[in-house]
Ligand binder design. Structure first.
Ligand code: ATP
Ligand code: DNN
Ligand code: MG
Length: 206
């Protein structure tokens, strides 16, 4: 069984939607180790809303912070410090989808960032988005993975409409495209089933 680490070029790029689709495609378990903000509607709740298989187990966040900010600061506001050693992978026999928070260098404390949660055996899926500036953020994310001896298994482009964007990233990095998602008017179980079906073969080949 595999672990899939869903990271993004920034926050709000669609990691949770992608995590839901990968979870659905593989009937995997889902875990978001650190959630900041979202007491009313966390990423776990959103994935629960979007998937429709009966096998997925939802593992509890290790840190659930009240303020929707960078985890290091959200933790400080809650009067705690995030400790890397406290973040233990849930035990499961199933595939596990892990969702980060924000991008790879989002601080957890004064020393560690999200990238420190990635293990060498994880299949890292990078979610890229279509804003002007996203090429740079995508290439930077791939470079920082490389600098830690990690590689990017594949990229999911979410609402990337600017011409030449995907092509130049593919040419410069050689990282395969897993899927290219469009804007979806009402995100629901049915749309996630479709996206999951679209990417399943590519995910199995990673
Ligand atoms: N393809 C899409 N079509 C329509 N809405 C989308 C699409 N992708 C993302 N969204 C919406 O954009 C918002 C941000 O996406 P999402 O919550 O998945 O970001 P994230 O990368 O998981 O952020 P975080 O760092 O907080 O985990 C959400 O409201 C989500 O439903
Ligand atoms: C609150 C938000 N939705 C995420 N959970 C955390 C994003 C942190 C981004 C920090 C940064 O890169 O400046
Ligand atoms: Mg999310």
């Amino acid at each position: 069984m595999n672990s899939y680490f869903i990271t993004g070029i920034s926050t709000d790029v669609g990691k949770t939607l992608v995590a839901a689709a990968v979870t659905q495609a593989l009937k995997a378990d889902y875990w978001k180790p650190i959630q900041s903000g979202g007491i009313e509607h966390s990423d776990r709740m959103e994935v629960q809303r979007l998937i429709s298989n009966n096998d997925t187990v939802f593992h509890k966040e290790r840190y659930f912070l009240e303020t929707p900010m960078s985890p290091h600061e959200a933790a400080a506001i809650d009067g705690i410090t995030i400790e890397l050693e406290e973040i233990k992978r849930p035990q499961t026999e199933n595939n596990l989808v892990i969702e980060g928070a924000g991008g790879l260098l989002v601080p957890l404390n004064d020393k560690h960032t999200i990238i420190d949660l990635i293990q060498p055996t994880d299949k890292v899926i990078l979610v890229s988005s279509g804003y002007l500036g996203s090429i740079n953020h995508t290439l930077l994310s791939i470079e920082v993975l490389k600098s830690r001896g990690l590689s990017c298994a594949g990229i999911i482009y979410n609402q990337v409409e600017l011409s030449g964007t995907i092509e130049v990233i593919e040419k410069m990095t050689g990282v395969p495209t897993i899927a290219h998602l469009s804007y979806i008017d009402s995100l629901n179980v049915d749309s996630v089933v479709v996206i999951a079906g679209m990417m399943r073969e590519k995910l199995l080949a990673l």
